[in-house]
Write a new protein. Structure first.
Length: 288
């Protein structure tokens, strides 16, 4: 190189990259040298050659470094009022059945009694999701339920979302009855709510394969924060959450059902399933 003023055309984090740049500049007739500076490597050229060197290195980088493809957008159903509709139906069910304190015939027929569920009345795992012990229990589940159900239904649609919530909640109640055995009773939509959180985690794990542990850890943290209060049924919440994770991961690879008529037919079918479970509960209710 000449005795002209020297400037740094580019700095590399590794010597190998700097040597590659040196070969590029030599190929176009630009004299240069590679100088180490701390943990980096400078490609030094004459000031007069600097514009040509910088342009050549930029062109080389553009050709050799592949552009990262943009992340595919996450497909979601979009805005829906399904969560609000579900909350209104739960309020209606509460008005019809009453609370634990009143212990009406309907309430007794629908609560998740472990010995009854395992003794041939599995529909109680569903009907119990619509019952609540008192107004405080109902309101707390309505607030969190609207948020979770809306999020689930916005992701997969109101029909698919309703079935996922129903299956996860009922599975949580059924498995809890199986493990607890006789004497255990449970009511409340919270098992389905934690099932909905699990669904969101399952969807996130499959659709965002990188760092899949992050949504799982967040879901478990929510389970620990919201699902372990003194009166909470921890096992039901846990199994509802687990069932939701499996259900969410199971539907995630399939194409989203965009058809609104199909989604609402599925939603009506889920409502009919709950109604059918209540008809069975009433039919098999003990007579006094």
């Amino acid at each position: 190189m000449s005795d002209a003023v020297k400037i740094v055309a580019r700095t590399a984090p590794h010597e190998r990259i700097a040597r590659d740049w040196e070969l590029v500049l030599v190929a176009i007739g630009v004299a240069c040298e590679v100088a180490r500076r701390g943990w980096e490597w400078d490609v030094v050229v004459d000031a007069n050659d600097a514009p040509r060197a910088i342009e050549a290195l930029a062109a080389y980088e553009a050709e050799t470094v592949p552009a990262r493809p943009p992340a595919a957008p996450i497909e979601e159903y979009g805005r829906t009022w399904a969560g609000v509709v579900m909350a209104m139906l739960v309020v209606l069910a509460s008005r019809l059945t009453g609370t634990l304190e009143k212990s009406s015939a309907l309430f007794r027929a629908g609560e998740a009694r472990a010995e009854a569920i395992m003794g041939g009345e599995p529909w109680r795992a569903v009907t119990a999701l619509t019952l609540h012990t008192d107004a405080t229990h109902l309101v707390s589940n309505l607030v969190s339920g609207v948020l979770v159900a809306t999020a689930v239904c916005s992701a997969v649609g109101p029909g698919v979302g309703a079935w996922l919530l129903l299956v996860a909640g009922a599975t949580g109640n059924w498995v809890t009855a199986l493990i607890h055995g006789a004497g255990h009773r449970a009511v409340g939509a919270s098992t389905a709510i934690f099932g909905g959180i699990g669904v969101l985690v399952g969807l996130a794990i499959v659709r965002r394969r990188r760092r899949a542990w992050v949504p799982l850890a967040a879901g478990l943290a929510l389970l620990g924060l919201l699902g372990t209060s003194e009166r909470a049924d921890l096992l039901a919440h846990f199994f509802g959450f687990g069932a939701g994770v499996v259900a969410g991961a199971g539907v995630a690879p399939f194409p989203l059902v965009r058809s609104r008529p199909v989604q609402w037919l599925l939603a009506l079918a889920a409502l009919a399933a709950v109604g059918g479970c209540w008809l069975l509960a009433i039919e098999h209710a003990p007579r006094r």
